[in-house]
Design a protein around this ligand. Structure first.
Ligand SMILES: CC(C)(COP(=O)(O)OP(=O)(O)OC[C@H]1O[C@@H](n2cnc3c(N)ncnc32)[C@H](O)[C@@H]1OP(=O)(O)O)[C@@H](O)C(=O)NCCC(=O)NCCS
Length: 188
């Protein structure tokens, strides 16, 4: 672990993006794009909020930055072009030395490298500030964009099998291990 306690409410910046820690007020700004049909081909539809109020309640829970029992750190971000529009959301759940990430880029902004750029920044934060050793992600086997994103930033496929939350579908699990030298190489 790093020697200082990381600030869970800090914004993360990359070349083009700012990852703003989620706040309930983001719900209004993000709802329409979150609910866009195109976003839900490979994600359980039960995760799609059906109103701004529902998304606001979700974001209120996320703004605690920890699970109710305190055992997990919950990082959730609204991703925007710095000084410009919101383009997606990203999250990481940290449990001990490992973290599970999730990410969405809104459909109107696909294929501009924002997914790769935002995830690489988030992963670097997890390794450098939280002492995380493994970052993991689960992806539908037909989600070509998400698979390419993970492989581009160095994730290795570790498992393929039936999806836990989408009956009848199949998932790959991916993993990225922290760079060997502490504080050394960035997350590619
Ligand atoms: C997956 C997702 C985040 C990718 O975001 P993005 O910003 O469009 O991705 P990028 O522009 O950074 O591209 C990532 C890679 O995917 C490739 N890619 C993007 N869209 C693609 C598509 N429709 N089909 C095949 N490859 C695609 C890009 O060429 C790039 O590959 P490369 O590194 O080999 O050049 C976005 O499609 C999305 O939010 N989808 C809906 C929600 C979702 O599936 N989230 C992930 C759940 S695991």
């Amino acid at each position: 672990m790093s020697r200082h306690a990381p600030d869970l409410n800090q914004a993360l910046r990359s070349a083009r993006l700012t990852l703003e820690p989620i706040h309930p007020s983001h719900a209004k700004l993000l709802y329409e794009r979150h609910a866009d049909e195109r976003m839900w081909s490979y994600e359980p539809r039960s995760h799609r909020a059906t109103s701004v109020a529902e998304l606001e309640r979700r974001f209120t829970r996320f703004a605690a930055r920890r699970s109710p029992d305190g055992s997990e750190v919950w990082l959730n971000y609204a991703v925007r072009l710095t000084g410009g529009p919101y383009v997606g959301t990203m999250q990481a759940t940290i449990t001990g030395s490992s973290s599970l990430i999730g990410y969405t880029i809104f459909a109107d902004h696909w294929r501009q490298g924002y997914g790769k750029e935002g995830c690489a920044r988030l992963v670097r934060f997890l390794f450098e500030e939280f002492g995380v050793r493994w970052v993991r992600a689960t992806v539908d086997t037909e989600n070509a964009a998400s698979i390419a994103l993970l492989e581009h930033i160095g994730f290795q496929r570790t498992w393929t099998g039936p999806s836990d939350d989408m009956p009848g579908r199949f998932d790959h699990r991916y993993e990225l291990q922290a760079p060997a030298a502490p504080g050394g190489a960035s997350a590619r």
